[in-house]
Write a protein of this length. Structure first.
Length: 103
């Protein structure tokens, strides 16, 4: 999964640097599914750092929507970071689709 994410990041970076048409957002769903922070915390942290450095640099005009069970918050808050916790058993953090109960 991380290979696919890196490929998408590279495509967006090349497009931004060459003023090529591409959507101004990138949705990444579950990239750390197979490498949770319990298994390889350094890899997960470096993955998020890479995204945050691109968001502060050549992809600063791109909105990143990261959907994952792991979260490493950026050190630099100037990139406009926000997070939302969604759970099925906590009314303070309701799920995005209230009636869905799937895998």
């Amino acid at each position: 999964m991380l290979f696919n994410v890196c490929y998408a990041l590279a495509v967006h970076k090349v497009a931004a640097e060459n003023n090529l048409p591409l959507p101004s957002f990138l949705i990444v769903d579950g990239p750390t599914k197979n490498i949770s922070s319990d298994v390889n915390p350094a890899l997960v942290a470096n993955y998020f750092r890479l995204i945050y450095s691109l968001a502060a640099g050549s992809l600063r005009e791109t909105q990143f929507i990261l959907i994952d069970s792991d979260l490493v918050e950026p050190e630099d808050r100037s990139i406009g970071f926000a997070s939302l916790l969604l759970t099925s058993d906590d009314p303070q953090h309701p799920p995005l689709i209230s009636y869905y109960s799937g895998p």
